[in-house]
Write a protein that binds this ligand. Structure first.
Ligand code: AOF
Ligand code: ZN
Length: 348
């Protein structure tokens, strides 16, 4: 079944509504909805404002009132079919007299699944998959976490030109420039979990909060998770009251991610040291790598990742570059480069 030009325009609008600034990045998906009259004009719009608030469809229906009868609902995610924090949107659309639903991304969430089927049962016309790529990109981590039953993992590190993340005396401030550090905070803010190992907490004592240009913590902070078996002193900065923190008593990346998934976490920002990085890489649990390269040489010192047991070049772990950004230095600081990469899955 095809969609009309008015429906395609409405989907563009619904995608824009979904990413309205201020809407939290999780744990719920960001969703937009536009209700169209039979002549293609807009009756009402809605978007989801975060867990516990009405779904996008419900928000649009509330605005439309009786005008929803005979309407087409254009929505970025397949309407849900469950009673969770709110009621099922499939039933709300049927009750309101909506006759046609165009959605982008199917909902694979096991608790919500089945909306399209329920609507069809009630003789509502349903078209799925319209602008699906754009819709999935909006909720990349949410979509990934449902498909893989674990959070998406971004491993971030800063390095010198010769692949060192700290000098031999352990000092690592300041490998990257201020512009690169600010950029890191922006990326931290796009995740819902910061993850490091116990040794990073012992040695570097990072606060792991997201801070703005004037070094003030932003309003919504990711969970700060530390993994490892060792006990930690409670006076470490990671345990201060500026954000939530949790100690995951395991060294196993898979178990750590399972625990975070159980807490509804969908995007982990891995900022641990070389040992933790190796554990995640060896387990095939790194989905994205973000690297800040500083024009600096050390010649010795700690590598960004511990020994991967690779002894010949043909065994190298390859990454595919998806983005390159130049972070211009200010006030005498040099330019840094940010590489975003995807690890290539190994056949063996
Ligand atoms: C949303 N907003 O606009 C739509 C959602 O936490 P609950 O009980 O409200 O349910 C969340 C699930 O509902 C979500 O994971 C997704 O599968 C479905 N649709 N959720 O938060 C929306 N349309
Ligand atoms: Zn819903």
């Amino acid at each position: 079944m095809t969609t009309s030009e008015a429906e395609q325009r409405a989907m563009q609008r619904a995608l824009a509504l979904a990413v309205t600034p201020g809407v939290p990045l999780g744990p719920n998906p960001r969703v937009g909805c536009v209700l169209l009259a039979p002549d293609g004009t807009t009756i009402a719009e809605g978007f989801h404002r975060g867990a516990g608030t009405p779904h996008a469809e419900a928000a649009a229906l509330a605005e439309a009132g009786d005008a929803a009868r005979g309407a087409t609902a254009v929505v970025t995610l397949e309407p849900c079919n469950h009673t969770g924090r709110t009621g099922p949107c499939s039933e709300a659309l049927i009750a309101a007299g909506v006759v046609r639903v165009v959605f982008a991304q199917p909902d694979a969430n096991p608790v919500a699944v089945g909306g399209a089927g329920r609507l069809r049962e009630a003789a509502v016309e349903v078209v799925g998959g319209e602008m699906i790529d754009e819709a999935q990109a909006i909720n990349r981590a949410w979509t990934f976490a449902i498909a893989h039953r674990r959070p998406f993992v971004t491993w971030k590190f800063a390095t010198t030109l010769d692949g060192r993340s700290a000098a031999t005396d352990g000092t690592s401030r300041w490998v990257s420039s201020r512009a690169a550090r600010l950029d890191t905070h922006r990326l931290r803010g796009l995740c819902d979990t910061m993850l490091v190992g116990t040794s990073t907490v012992e040695v570097d004592d990072p606060e792991l909060t997201v801070r703005d240009e004037v070094d003030e913590p932003v309003a919504i902070q990711p969970l700060r998770a530390v993994m490892g078996l060792r006990d930690l002193p409670t006076d470490r900065r990671i345990f201060n009251d500026r954000a939530e923190s949790v100690h995951l008593r395991t060294r196993d990346p898979e178990i750590a991610l399972a625990e975070l998934h159980a807490r509804d976490r969908q995007h982990v920002f891995l900022e641990g040291g070389p040992t933790l990085a190796r554990a995640f890489l060896a387990a095939g649990l790194v989905d994205e790598v973000v690297t800040y390269v500083a024009p600096m040489l050390l010649g010795s010192g700690r590598s960004a990742v511990a020994d991967l047991g690779i002894h010949t070049i043909t065994d190298a772990l390859h990454l595919h570059v998806t983005d390159v950004a130049v972070l211009q230095g200010h006030g005498g600081e040099d330019t840094n480069v940010r590489l975003t990469m995807k690890p290539q899955k190994r056949s063996s």
